[in-house]
Structures are given as C-alpha cells and as structure tokens.
Design a protein around this ligand. Sequence first.
Ligand SMILES: [Cu+2]
Length: 472
Amino acid sequence: MHRREFLVFSSVTSLLFVTGCGGNSSSRNSTNPAVKTLALPIPKLLKPTMKNGIQHYDLDIKEAKHTFFEGKLTDTFAINDSSYLGPTLLLQQGDRVSINYKNNLKETITMHGHGMHVPPTMDGTAHQAIAPNQAWSPQYTVNQKACTNWYHPHTMEKTAEQVYQGLAGLIIVEDDESKALDLPKRYGVDDIPLVLQDRYFANGQIDYSPSMREIMHGYTGDTFIANGAIEPTLDVEAKQIRFRILNGSNSSVYELGFSDGRKFKQIATDNGFLEAPVSISRLRLSPAERAEIVIDLSGDLNQRLEFKDYRHSKTFMTINVSKSATQVTTLANKLTTLDPINVASAVRTRSFVFSGRRGSFQINGKSMDMKRIDERVPLGQTEIWEVKNNMGMDHNFHIHATHFRLIERDGSTSNVAENEKGYKDVVFVPANGTVKLLIKMIDYTNATVPYMYHCHFLEHEDRGMMGQFVVV
Ligand SMILES: [Cu+2]
C-alpha cells in the first residue's frame, strides 16, 4: 500500500514540474522503477584486527552498485562489502584505535569522524585529503563518553555530493556507564542504528543536480531512505526498542515521530546521554544531529506502526512488532551526570553571523579559506559562542574538536528545550534565530593545523559557510 502512495507522490511531483507549478527549477526526472521492498538493512559491525595493542579498522572506499529499485542497480559510493553507506564501528572509551581509510575512488576524498574528540591532525578535514589510491590512518585513544557519532567525507567543495552518493557510517562509543545501564543493547535486535536520508533519483540513479535555488535552500529529495532502503520494514520484539538516529541528509530538517502519535523517550543527544530521559512525541533533527530514543512496544505485539517525518509528511519505515520479547529492559530515571552549566565562568564571547547571496555563503562576512585561520581559541577557557542567523532560511552550526552546551535560544534560556540540554556538536539555527553556546576546548593544542566550524547543510558548507579555528 505504501509503495503505491510513494509512486503516486512521485508522479505528482513530476507533474508539478512539467506544468511549472512546483517551484523546482531543475530538469530533474523523477521517473523511477518500482521500489524494492526490503527489511531495514542493519549496517555490519566492523571487526578490528589487533596489532601492538591498537585496534585497526580497515575501511575501503569504493564505487558500488546498490538495490533501491526492482531490477535496477544504482551506482553508489560505499565502504567495504556494503553497497551503500559503510559498516558501524563500535569503540570503547580508552581504546587505542587506527582507522585505516583506503580511497579506491577516482576522486580525492577526506573522512571525518564527526563527534570524535581527536587531535586536529586526526580529524579528517580538507587538511587531511586522501588522493585516489592513497590511504590515511588516523590513530588516537578514544577520549570521550558513550555516544553515537558518524564518519563522512569533509572534502573541500565536494562533501555534499560524496555524502549524497552514499559515503557515511556510524561510530558508536560505549563506556562503563553506558554498559551498566539497563538499556536495549542488542545491536540490530533492540538497539537499532538508523541513518535517515532523502534522495532524488532519475531513472533509478542517484540524482545530485542542485539548481541555484536548491543550493540556497539546500538539496533535499523526494524519496526517503533508512539505512539505504526506501520505506523498509523492521520486525522487532514487543519490548523497549532503542533507536540511534542520525539525520544523514544533506539539508533536510526532520520532525520525527510515530504514526499513532505516541510518546517516546529521548535518552541521548549528539555527544552523550541526557541526565534523564525526556518524554516527547516529536523529535526535530537537523542535518548531522543524532538522538538516541527508546520506544516502549511491550504492549504492541502483532501491531504495526510507521516511523514518520511529519515536516514533510513522509514515512521512513514501518515497524512490525512481530515477536515476543526475549529480554526485558527497564529504562532508568537517571542516565548520567552532566557538567554543571556555569555561564559566569565564560571569559569571552565570540560572535558568528551568517550571510549569503547568489549561491555563496559567509560566516562573519567571510567564505571559507583553507589558508586563513579565523579564530584562535585558548585551551581550558570557557567561552560563549553566539551564532546569529540573520537570513530568512534555516541553517545549523557544527563545531569540531569538542562538544558544547546550548544555553540560549533567541535571547532566553527558557527557549532551550529539555531534549537539547545534553552535550551537542550540532545545533539547529532556524531562520532569523540566534543561539548561544557554552564551550571549552580541553585537549589537543596545535597552532597550525585547524579544526572547522560550519553550517552542516552540506550545500552551504561546500559554498563557503565554514571557518577554521586553532586551539592554542
Ligand atoms: Cu546553512
């Protein structure tokens, strides 16, 4: 039934384009083969090889062919033996790791560990480019608490297209605290990784062809995919189910929820657990943000519900509660203790103002320049970073190196939602909105190799909405 709805929606979109009413100025052709009906794919957990006390994770980045549609192979970029996205890395706090990226593509890439607290030389920005047939192996000790992170290209002016082609994967960090909590922890059974994206396809091929308007507003898609499948089905046990959700789309903001409108608990933000679960019925996620949620399906045996994006009225997947519980988990009222927010300890405020016109974007009036260091941030000093979006369109703001706390929206602490009070590394900054962040650099000084801050709407990042800072 959902397939038919999807096809009808696609043809309506085409019709709107043909008649010129859709506001879509590209020459996109939305005619595609029938959708392949699939179970939600679960990315494999990548097994490391141990050498001299270091866990080596080998990631081969290559061209691939993936099945989104019946009888059609779609050209993609992928990692190892997957044909879209890559395997999940499961790391423990304190692990010594080497992530070995081999670039088998015909173009230069970089691979950034988004959310990982690592030295700038290991960060995988445009300063650590990997040419075709070359490898790059960042090594570090996992230096942070449990969270759900991800890896993706950060290539100068090419990030958007490379991610759209399929390059991304999850990095799960666990620690003693996360392991001690009575949470769903069976990967792919009741602890479900979920990479949400939207894509345009033309004749069954991924169509990355943004118009000027789509560069300005960000490139989206009319087809919603979860872990690389179009509207898949997930069979689960009738129990608490944990989802580790990544908005892996280029520029779409989602308002996620379940078709029966039920409440669920958010337990973690980008960089770790919330102090206590927060009960919500809608979860807003902008590009690159992560959230872990727990939904209680213990009374729903033989029921089906849809996991949806209410912002675009689209279904990501159908959940089929088809199995009896083989384990019971009980969500605690207290998950962790966060550092207290002490705004008075801030020694300075930095200001970041967004602007843009005609397909180029700036922060503080400047487009990204790899040769320019925009900010020098002293180690160990608490700062306020104020981000102002004076534009009539949405953006967000991502800072590398460490996490931050959101302390104000639009001039008031009371505008900060309960589920945004954890450690974050991406914050949504809607049209004409302002946010204040509390941040402190705690490791890894390097006077010459910078980290980045940027809008994570990838079309904006690629066209200049990014700056560089060093920790000194
Ligand atoms: Cu933006």
